[in-house]
Ligand binder design. Structure first.
Ligand SMILES: Cc1cc2nc3c(=O)[nH]c(=O)nc-3n(C[C@H](O)[C@H](O)[C@H](O)COP(=O)(O)OP(=O)(O)OC[C@H]3O[C@@H](n4cnc5c(N)ncnc54)[C@H](O)[C@@H]3O)c2cc1C
Length: 412
């Protein structure tokens, strides 16, 4: 940090009031920061949990604040909601808001997250077509489901599959349309893709893979069908687009901060960008990730929280925390999935447990060392796998595959 103020006194401005920002603010005060903190968020809501938006749909469950609104007041944090930041003036060390205000900073933290990747197809702007990122999106989706509609889900990623599970549990119809030859092609092993496809199909979801969506057709401005690349038309009463997310890195781009090859603000183990006065945390970043060659982008709560801790260390001039093994979770029907490490082709997969019972773990080994674990309803296997990945601990595949042998006895 280049400011004259010492760590605990620095004037911190945060752009984006989501998960990374709320974690950062809480941790920063907890670690003894006493300087000014200003949190600027374009959404109208206080920071809230996004994971329930694709998992639970009752009114009370959707609105889950990360911190009660009074927390920010008690902690002396100035929160400006509905306030979009439109420019970073690095020379003056100020941000400019849409309402024309200029706010100076000693440390600027970019926590602008990511937004749903738009569907490049005609008709994507019809009524009844939407993505899922915000509370408002989730409320619209819940309405569609309550009206017992047939939901076409474009994209068989985690969000699409979670929503499909909710739709079927509510008794509405779900059709998942995935361009790749399997669901979760980018992030899960073929084994897990197959297990989940079977589970969804058994619950009545239609899962179609290898199909591209080229158009959405409607009547009177409202979606009625999805057109596939072979001309087939799928009837629907609403369509959810879940084809990934792109980082909200325009502010960084406009002020020439270094960005990664596929976007995202490049940061180090202190969440520092190429400007020492600007940090970046959460989905908007691109960084070295344990288990990945080169730079990668993680979009998960554990990653946002880890980077919030790194940014706190940067502000307070304390040592950077140890890098964590990446992990995240997903809930689909009764399956509580937890995944650690980076799933890549070419590993040996050892299965422990039985997918038919709903409790299993797939350990990915390279040269006998776990590099990833995909687990369902198997917390001990997940915990052990995550620990082994972080420590590079070799295991015996035969013993690991035998649920009768304790996990600790599978370590070589
Ligand atoms: C439906 C859904 C389900 C998910 N489920 C899981 C899960 O089960 N497990 C998991 O680990 N992760 C899950 N995630 C991912 C997780 O929610 C994100 O990784 C996390 O929210 C990232 O935090 P963030 O602060 O970087 O971004 P966000 O939480 O998106 O917050 C960024 C905020 O910045 C605001 N902003 C952007 N630009 C500006 C600007 N110029 N000025 C002011 N404000 C701005 C945005 O409007 C937004 O409010 C899920 C995400 C979604 C959408």
């Amino acid at each position: 940090m280049t400011t004259t103020r010492s760590g605990a006194d620095r004037n911190v401005v945060i752009v984006g009031a989501g998960h990374a920002a709320a974690s950062f603010v809480g941790l920063l005060r907890q670690e003894g920061h006493t300087g000014e903190i200003t949190l600027l968020g374009e959404e109208l809501d206080y920071p809230y949990h996004r994971p329930p938006l694709s998992k639970k749909f009752s009114e009370g469950d959707l609105e889950q604040w990360l911190r009660p609104p009074e927390f920010y007041r008690e902690q002396g944090v100035t929160v400006c909601l509905g306030e979009q930041v439109t420019e970073i003036d690095r020379g003056a060390a100020q941000v400019v808001t849409a309402s024309g205000e200029r706010i100076g900073y000693d440390v600027l933290v970019l926590a602008t997250g990511s937004r749903p990747r738009p569907l490049p197809a005609a008709g994507a702007d019809l009524a009844g077509v939407g993505a899922l990122r915000t509370l408002g999106d989730a409320r619209a989706l819940r309405k569609w489901i309550a009206e017992n509609r047939t939901l076409a889900i474009i994209g068989g990623g985690y969000i699409g599959l979670e929503v499909a599970a909710v739709v079927r549990s509510a008794g509405a119809e779900a059709v998942v349309l995935e361009r790749e030859d399997r669901v979760l092609a980018r992030v899960a092993s073929p084994e897990l893709s197959e297990i989940l496809t079977e589970r969804h199909t058994a619950q009545g979801t239609v899962v179609r893979t290898g199909v591209g969506v080229v158009e959405l057709e409607g009547a009177e401005g409202h979606v009625q069908r999805v057109v596939l690349d072979d001309g087939e038309k799928i009837d629907c009463t609403a369509a959810l687009v879940g084809i990934g997310a792109v980082p909200c890195d325009e502010l960084a781009q406009a002020c020439d901060l270094e960005r990664g090859p596929t976007g995202g603000v490049v940061v180090d183990e202190y969440a520092r960008t190429s400007d020492p006065a600007i940090l970046a945390i959460g989905d908007v970043t691109c960084r070295r990730v344990p288990g990945l060659d080169g730079l990668g982008r993680l979009e998960s709560i554990p990653s946002a929280t880890e980077q919030a801790r790194q940014a706190v260390a940067a502000v307070l001039d304390t040592p950077a925390p140890q890098p964590e093994t990446p992990w995240f979770w997903s809930d689909q029907f009764d399956l509580k999935l937890k995944i650690a490490g980076i799933v890549r082709p070419g590993s040996d997969i050892v299965r422990r447990g039985n997918p038919e019972t709903g409790r299993f773990a797939l350990f990915h080994l390279r040269d006998g060392i776990p590099v990833a674990v995909e687990s369902a309803n198997a917390a001990p296997e997940f915990m052990a796998g995550k620990k082994w990945i972080g420590a590079g601990m070799p295991v015996d595949p035969t013993r690991l595959a035998d649920p009768g042998i304790a996990l600790r006895d599978a370590v070589r």
